[in-house]
Design a protein around this ligand. Structure first.
Ligand SMILES: NC(=O)c1ccc[n+]([C@@H]2O[C@H](COP(=O)([O-])OP(=O)(O)OC[C@H]3O[C@@H](n4cnc5c(N)ncnc54)[C@H](OP(=O)(O)O)[C@@H]3O)[C@@H](O)[C@H]2O)c1
Length: 368
């Protein structure tokens, strides 16, 4: 089985897609073809790639990029002039290739499945051509909620996110690093590029991700509502979200409060989440720590262990969702609180799209 694949976009997500394809031995039939807005060479995953230019003023020549490709991973920008809106549908029409999109343009289109393989890979069929991958926070949240929903039926979710700067693209990551060096050199950061973040991010948390909507929520917060409902096929699920940008380079954390239809206590939830068959893609880091240094530092033998954003950079945890702080919420009849963390560039984006393609190969949809 082998697949001719292409990639659009060479930002942090594009780079991670190349890494995932290599690390997971994705069966490429030929060298990955890579495109962006202008021609040059780029190093992705420590390898040099010649970048094919996609330019609407040379539409026909640009469309040739898709010729003979089985699948194209989209990691470009969103919006009317973005990669997916400009190229995905014309490419499908002309060359009948599969397009798997990291961006938000088609996530709520009823004709386009929004897929997290641990939850709803069955939404992709032989008739599907365009597949959307969710927002980075939604992806990790549904991986955790789905096995709990199967056990006790979820009624309501209240989530607060702690999202790293890389979630806003490569330029935001650079801006953060620039602010950090200004902080070290000058002791303060008093200006920023408002086209990236509304305020300096280096020593602050900003409860404002993407633009504000007329209901007072941000677009990012409403993505958590609408995308969660779609992926879990629960159109009436109650979801209330607050999304916060924090001064962390990579990795998003979520504090999640869940209310269930039926009884599910913390111990039962922990057993479900620790079961790799019931809860694929999850590692639970909870319970008493066996790290002698942690006990010495905190001077508390019963101190519990938990995951943080730094943990998702570890080799064995970079493609999974880490879960901890699982505890009963005694303020409602059947309630739980938990904390989860994942790499927004990996499971929140690149890993998820590569897993979708792998699932399509497994189901005989993709590859010859
Ligand atoms: N960062 C995350 O945590 C995350 C998580 C989930 C989903 N996503 C989504 O994944 C996508 C990529 O994210 P990123 O952080 O890697 O973005 P990024 O740093 O802004 O990089 C975007 C890349 O896409 C290319 N591009 C933009 N418009 C294009 C067009 N019309 N045609 C062809 N190429 C185009 C750019 O080309 P040039 O280099 O030539 O300018 C650039 O290489 C975005 O849609 C984002 O919303 C990101």
């Amino acid at each position: 089985m082998s697949v001719k694949a292409g990639l659009i976009g060479v930002g942090p997500v594009g780079d991670r897609i190349v890494r995932c394809l290599k690390e997971r031995n994705f069966p490429l039939a030929q060298r990955l073809k890579v495109a962006a807005t202008w021609a040059r060479t780029e190093i992705l995953a420590d390898e040099e790639f010649k970048i094919f230019p996609l330019d609407v003023t040379h539409f026909e020549e640009s469309l040739e990029f898709f010729k003979n490709l089985d699948v194209v991973f989209f990691a470009g920008r969103e919006g009317a002039r973005g990669a997916s809106i400009t190229w995905a549908l014309p490419a499908i029409e002309r060359y009948d290739c599969y397009c798997i999109d990291n961006g938000s343009d088609f996530r709520l289109d009823p004709k386009v499945p929004l897929v997290v393989p641990e939850v709803n890979m069955d939404q992709v069929t032989t008739d599907t051509r365009l597949i959307a991958s969710p927002n980075c926070s939604t992806t990790q949240m549904v991986v955790v909620l789905w096995p709990l929903h199967k056990a006790a039926g979820i009624k309501r979710v209240v989530v607060s996110t702690y999202q790293s700067v890389s979630g806003w693209g490569g330029a935001a990551q650079k801006q953060f690093c620039k602010e950090l060096s200004r902080l070290i050199e000058q002791g303060r950061v008093d200006n920023c590029d408002p086209s990236i973040f509304p305020r300096p991010i280096a020593l602050d948390c900003i409860p404002h991700i993407d633009r504000f909507l007329s209901n007072g929520y941000t677009k990012e917060e409403m993505k958590l509502v609408h995308e969660t409902r779609r992926i879990m096929s629960l159109p009436n699920l109650q979801v209330s979200a607050t999304a916060v940008r924090v001064p962390v380079e990579i990795g998003h954390s979520l504090s999640i409060n869940v209310e269930f239809e039926r009884s599910l206590d913390a111990e039962e939830a922990m057993a479900i989440l620790r079961d790799p068959i019931k809860s694929p893609g999850i590692v639970v880091i909870d319970g008493p720590t066996n790290d002698p240094n942690a006990i010495a530092v905190r001077n508390a033998p019963q101190e519990l262990q938990y995951p943080t954003q730094a943990d998702v950079l570890q080799e064995n945890w970079k493609n999974v969702v880490l879960v901890g702080r699982i505890r009963d919420d005694n303020t409602v009849e059947h309630g739980l609180n938990l904390w989860c963390v994942s790499d927004n560039l990996r499971k929140g984006a690149a890993t998820n799209v590569v897993q979708i393609a792998e699932g399509m190969i497994e189901h005989g949809i993709l590859g010859t």
